[in-house]
Design a protein around this ligand. Structure first.
Ligand SMILES: Cc1cc2nc3c(=O)[nH]c(=O)nc-3n(C[C@H](O)[C@H](O)[C@H](O)COP(=O)(O)OP(=O)(O)OC[C@H]3O[C@@H](n4cnc5c(N)ncnc54)[C@H](O)[C@@H]3O)c2cc1C
Length: 291
């Protein structure tokens, strides 16, 4: 099916974009990579009156270390993140997740900001940002706010970004000392959305004996990406062990809220969460100790 008719504008600066969004009301949509929005428009599940194509706005795609954090522009393509030496050096969870997103075609055009703003519970970036305690920077005409990942994912396909706002960048904390992380994903076939995904990030103390920070978040097992807070708390100030990983994995599986669908039963998905959390924690600790 073809989308319904819409106006199209392609601003060339952030300020111009914000002015258009401020004028536009609910019926204006930002177009980033188009990998989620265009299919929705073709199905007529989205019928915006105007698309604001931000692909010609410069400065929205840096991937760099600034002021003690990893700064990732909203327009950074999945593939740019997958291939970034900065990301590989700075954040194992992001580096592990990026190549799992769909296939090379989608990774070439889809953006991290589009994925987060879309708030698909099957989106891989949402769990990564929850586990890593990222904050999102959102601008509107005359203002800017930062939103913690915990507050960013509001509900199914609903993020905290308002219709007159533009997500401009994501700030991921840098980790002093030994840190490790990973992203584990089960998919039915290459390029598919997750049946289950698990993001893990861990920071250890200077002699790598105890965990000082823990991040665990789950993909595709609830109406939005879920941070397994209770499982995280079980790990902090403790020394890593298989028994502890198993207890945290059990808590994470309890936090999951999966539904039975074509990708598997709820029970099966919960079991995958349990297995992935145990495996992910062991891998993250090993990476932190070898860092
Ligand atoms: C076949 C296929 C398989 C896929 N598999 C996966 C997968 O395995 N894992 C995964 O995580 N994703 C997957 N995706 C989704 C993909 O990651 C998309 O790139 C992503 O969901 C949306 O990013 P986009 O840049 O294409 O955004 P768009 O489609 O352009 O926009 C999506 C939504 O976000 C809004 N938006 C976009 N950018 C901004 C911004 N900067 N500020 C405010 N609002 C904004 C738009 O208005 C729209 O509502 C898949 C997509 C396809 C087509």
């Amino acid at each position: 099916m073809y989308p319904t008719a819409f106006d199209y504008v392609a601003p060339t600066s952030v300020e111009e974009t914000l002015a258009i969004l401020a004028d536009g009301g609910e019926d204006v949509k930002v177009l980033a990579g188009g990998q989620s929005l265009i299919p929705l428009m073709k199905l007529r599940l989205a019928t915006p009156e105007k698309l604001v194509d931000i692909n010609r706005v410069p400065g929205l795609d840096p991937i760099e270390v600034v002021d003690g954090l990893l700064r990732v522009g909203a327009m950074a393509r999945h593939n740019a993140i997958a291939n970034s030496d900065v990301v590989k050096a700075e954040n194992r969870t992001m580096a592990a997740a990026a190549p799992w997103i769909s296939d090379p075609l989608v990774r070439n055009v889809g953006t991290v900001g589009g994925s987060l703003a879309h708030a698909d519970p099957q989106g891989d970036w949402g769990s990564v940002m929850l586990a890593c305690r990222a904050t999102m920077v959102v601008r509107r005409a005359g203002g800017e706010r930062t939103i913690a990942a915990d507050d960013f994912f509001v509900d199914l396909f609903t993020s905290a970004v308002e219709p007159d706002e533009l997500l401009t960048e994501i700030h991921v904390p840098r980790y002093d000392g030994p840190a490790g992380g990973t992203y584990l994903k089960l998919e039915r076939k290459v390029g598919d959305y997750a049946t289950v995904g698990v993001a893990v990030h861990l920071q250890l103390d200077a002699d790598a004996g105890h965990m000082t920070q823990a991040g665990i978040a789950l993909t595709a097992v609830g109406p939005k990406n879920i941070r397994a807070a209770e499982a995280e708390q079980m790990l902090v100030r403790e020394s890593p062990s298989d028994e502890l990983y198993a207890e945290a994995a059990h808590a994470a599986a309890t936090a999951a809220d999966p539904r039975t669908d074509v990708r598997g039963s709820a029970e099966y998905k919960r079991a995958v969460v349990r297995t992935f959390v145990r495996r992910g924690l062991a891998q993250a600790v090993e990476l932190a100790r070898s860092a």
